[in-house]
Design a protein around this ligand. Structure first.
Ligand code: AMP
Length: 291
């Protein structure tokens, strides 16, 4: 397995693959890998086949964190990530060193020679995560666009766990004509239903036990809507009651929307999407499902 730590060596390798006609699949991550990430790797492999190359990028992208969010505390363990990637049959890990991705500085306020170009999706990124974290998607689309240029994949795999993110990336790929296909892999869950996430490690034992409430709320809403379509206000009210049974949980948002346009649905029916974000202390968890 190749370990690539600079932008220049990544670009060179991508051009070599391209000249040789090798199919390349990219799985962008922020590291601290778990089974959910590895399921994306498997999907990437089945998409490009044994002769293709699966690249995992590992980069805790500073521009998608707002000041005061958990950038400095975000879990990191590159050694362990590399071992997991090797065992999963990854061909190359692109883990750019600090200073590689944002030439001139990662702070957006340094002026002068600082990095100053962004990719912004204006429609799908307004609601939910975009509302709670206003600069988040600008950071995501910018770094993913850079990764697409550097790695030149023909396929890139994202997780349904970050449903809105996948929709925003799909829109960016369509709108800006990136010559690649976006695949989305299902959410990988713990036995009790909690969606796997690098941030789960921050949960205390009691928070971890109560975190299953996100999954329970999704399951309840799904069963409820399958009986008959319901008003979103009714569902939101009931979801708040379900969450109240977990005293450590604090709801950030719950939303019911069209899975393609992300437009909110006042009346919710099977096939619509539900998403929610819940704080446990300072840890913010998100989850979603098709109803
Ligand atoms: P992250 O490292 O959290 O930025 O995630 C990198 C990619 O892995 C994103 O496309 C996520 O949607 C995906 N991912 C994270 N957790 C899961 C999960 N539990 N199941 C499936 N995909 C996931």
């Amino acid at each position: 397995m190749q370990k690539i730590h600079t932008v220049l060596s990544m670009e060179r390798q991508a051009w070599k693959w391209r000249r040789a006609g090798v199919r390349v699949a990219l799985v962008p991550t922020m590291g601290y890998l778990h089974q959910g990430h590895l399921s994306l790797v498997q999907k990437a492999r089945s998409s490009v086949g044994p002769k293709g190359r699966v690249v995992v990028s590992i980069y805790v992208n500073p521009t998608q964190f707002a000041p005061g969010e958990d950038l400095s505390k975000y879990p990191r363990d590159l050694k362990r990530d590399l071992a997991l990637c090797r065992a999963a049959g990854v061909d190359a890990v692109f883990a750019p060193r600090d200073g590689q991705m944002y030439e001139g500085g990662e702070s957006l306020e340094t002026g002068g020679q600082a990095f100053s170009t962004h990719v912004v999706e204006h429609c799908l990124s307004q609601s939910m995560e975009g509302k709670s974290r206003p600069t988040h998607f600008r950071g995501v689309t910018t770094v993913v666009a850079k990764l697409f240029h550097l790695v030149q994949p023909e396929v890139s795999v994202f997780g349904a766990k970050d449903f809105q993110q996948a929709a925003v990336i799909r829109r960016m790929v369509r709108d800006l004509n990136f010559p690649l296909q976006v695949l989305v892999a299902p959410t990988f869950r713990e036995k009790d239903g909690l969606a796997m996430s690098s941030r789960n490690k921050f949960l205390s034992d009691s928070e971890r036990a109560q975190a299953v409430v996100l999954f329970q709320a999704l399951q309840w809403a799904s069963a409820c809507v399958r009986q008959s379509p319901r008003r979103a206000s009714f569902l939101k009210n009931r979801v708040q009651k379900i969450l109240a049974q977990a005293p450590l949980a604090r709801l950030d948002y719950v939303a019911f929307f069209d899975p393609l346009t992300l437009v909110p649905k006042p009346k919710v029916a099977p096939g619509d999407q539900m998403a929610l974000a819940v704080f446990f202390g300072r840890t913010r968890l998100i989850d979603n499902r098709r109803l």
